[in-house]
Design a protein around this ligand. Structure first.
Ligand code: NAD
Length: 556
């Protein structure tokens, strides 16, 4: 197939989709893997808005322009095993000489010298076509749809249940804003833990998308209807989820007025981006979209004021007894800028629930069947259960996921695994490919929200024991470790999760194509990557990380 034919078939903007099956289109599987994952990120089933190349998380893109997308595809189709492609904020800028065990693609997205690292400067550059916002897995081509955050959200609600509700969320109501690419995982994660869920989004299309993909049960435009359904379900202890079209700030105001106090309260609107992410209250969506275009500065002011008001209601509900936490969207900081002085009285979810897992080198390990055959994921699920028969939590997760988690795009699975487990899982998957037990190679990756790959003082590294929250040497070391180890593609981004100026983070993806080369690379990368998480937390003084460093003989 010529490049032109390939583009017409798989990348006819805005309709993108990855090839499936055993046939190679690129010159080697590592390049083919990057190509399929790039197209998967942008496909209709996966991306929130393929027309604008937006994958998720506000304006998180996979490529800067449709022309850049074509060029990336063309270069990946012709990339040799001793070449690596350079991507600068979603634009392919050249190839370098490398070798077969080096990454095939080196990606840098949205990075700015710290003094200039503001949304304002970034947006000016973006307007001039010089930059793109990569979020975390959008610009690093390992987004797998809403499932990607599902287990993390499930773990968070489960940890909250253990800490505050004797491990049982039946008869408990969770309320949150934002049902987009990531926030859309909340309803399913909530019902998987047994809770009743009310999610609020200004954009009905987003809720419809969640309903179509099986993540949310019911959608309504009417607050009173929503509350009747929610309160009845909570009373009966039914794990159901309701999506209400509206502005979360306005809905929280009504809850306060009506004396309804959720048991758990959080938020996943795209607050990290006050212009292109959050929608201020007091206007409908089309009005907001108009104002965004025509007067972004005024829009920003309204956004900040709305976030302050929104967080004000969250604080009131917290005072009334809601277990309230920030869910990684930088809402507190922008609410503070909008005038809510007490915004940081709401704790962040990482120090509250996730850090103990990071100290074990645990994080959102994920894999994708490049064959496109869902049966391959079933085979990997079963193989993992056999590999780790004592990991009851993992087994329970995989069993629930098999029944409840619909695939989006290429079949994939998320499963939080830690030091040692990741390496064993990766080698096992490579063996399954080698022995033909699955129908094609498997790519393994992770979110940048991981134990050793991110510096983000309002999220992953909030409140570190030694005060090293803003030290970003760690994600750089992570990038270098994964590049030296031979990941198949690596990335370094700025601003993911919490917005420009607030985070730096590294990504990696590695291919299991059944070869001995893959065995060698997997052994290095899937050891180094979680080890960085243990080093980072041990160095910051966390005793459990120090014990784990000892347990896994790190440094010996
Ligand atoms: P998204 O842009 O796909 O979705 C955001 C949604 O918020 C949209 O559907 C939008 O309509 C809605 N929204 C905006 N303002 C609103 C308002 N005032 N009221 C109601 N709805 C409103 O983004 P996403 O991928 O779902 O990510 C959401 C946020 O969560 C981002 O800030 C992202 O960085 C963060 N995030 C957190 C985690 C985590 O682990 N906690 C992981 C990934 C992303």
């Amino acid at each position: 197939m010529s490049v032109e034919e390939f583009l017409q078939t798989y990348a006819n903007h805005p309709v993108y989709f990855p090839p499936r099956g055993p046939k190679l289109h690129a010159k080697n599987w590592p390049a083919e893997a990057a190509l399929r994952m790039f197209l998967n990120n942008l496909s209709q089933d996966v991306a929130e808005d393929p027309e604008r190349l937006v994958v998720y998380g506000g304006i998180g893109q996979a490529a800067r322009t449709p022309q850049d997308a074509c060029k990336i595809i063309e270069l990946l189709l012709t990339l040799e095993e001793d070449e690596s492609l350079l991507i600068q904020s979603g634009k392919p800028v050249g190839k370098i000489r490398s070798h077969a065990e080096a990454p095939r693609v080196l990606i840098a997205n949205s990075n700015l010298v710290p003094h200039w690292a503001t949304w304002q400067h970034f947006n000016e550059l973006r307007e001039r076509g010089l930059m793109m916002y990569g979020q975390m897995t959008a610009g690093s081509w390992i987004y797998i749809g809403t499932q990607g955050i599902l287990q993390g959200t499930y773990e968070t609600f489960a940890a909250c249940a253990r800490q505050h509700f004797n491990g049982d969320l039946r008869h408990k109501l969770i309320v949150s804003g934002g049902l987009g690419g990531m926030g859309g995982a909340q309803p399913l994660a909530a019902t998987m833990t047994g809770a009743t869920f009310l999610g609020v989004d200004v954009d009905p299309e987003r809720i419809k998308k969640r309903q179509e993909s099986g993540y949310i049960d019911t959608m309504t435009y009417d607050y009173h209807h929503a509350m009747r359904l929610v309160l009845a379900a909570q009373h009966k202890g039914e794990a159901v989820s309701i999506g209400l079209v509206g502005n979360i700030g306005d809905v929280l105001e009504k809850l306060v007025q009506d004396g309804i106090t959720p048991d758990i309260l959080t938020d996943q609107t795209s607050a990290h981006d006050p212009i292109n992410g959050y929608v201020p209250h007091g206007m409908c969506l089309p009005q907001a979209l108009d104002l965004r275009r025509n007067n972004p500065e005024y829009y920003r002011e309204l956004s900040l004021q709305s976030m302050a008001r929104h967080v004000g209601y969250m604080l009131e509900l917290q005072r009334r007894g809601s277990c309230t936490f920030d869910y990684g969207n930088n809402l507190r900081e922008f609410a503070l800028q909008g005038g809510e002085q007490n915004a940081f009285q709401i704790p962040g979810f990482v120090p509250e629930f996730i850090r103990p897992l990071f100290c074990e080198g645990k994080g959102p390990f994920r894999w994708v069947a490049l064959s496109g055959d869902p049966e391959d994921i079933r085979v990997t699920d079963e193989a993992l259960k056999k590999l780790f028969p004592k990991n009851k939590q993992m087994i329970s997760w995989l069993e629930q996921a098999k029944v409840k988690v619909p695939f989006q795009g290429l079949p994939s699975r998320i499963c939080w695994l830690g030091m040692d487990e990741r390496e064993k899982a990766g080698l096992l998957f490579n063996q399954l490919v080698r022995e033909g037990k699955v129908k094609g190679p498997i790519v393994i990756g992770r979110d940048h929200l991981d134990c050793g790959s991110v510096a983000s003082p309002y999220r992953e590294t909030e409140g570190m024991k030694d005060g090293s929250d803003a030290v970003s040497d760690w994600p750089l070391l992570n990038l270098m470790a994964n590049t030296s180890g031979g990941a198949t593609w690596v990335s370094f981004h700025h601003g993911g999760g919490v917005g420009i100026g607030y985070s730096q983070h590294a990504g990696m993806v590695i291919l299991a194509d059944g070869t001995e080369r893959a065995d060698r690379c997997l052994r290095r990368v899937l050891y180094n990557d979680p080890a960085l998480g243990i080093y980072r937390h041990a160095d910051a003084g966390y005793e459990s990380a120090q014990k784990n460093a000892h347990k896994f003989n790190l440094n010996s």
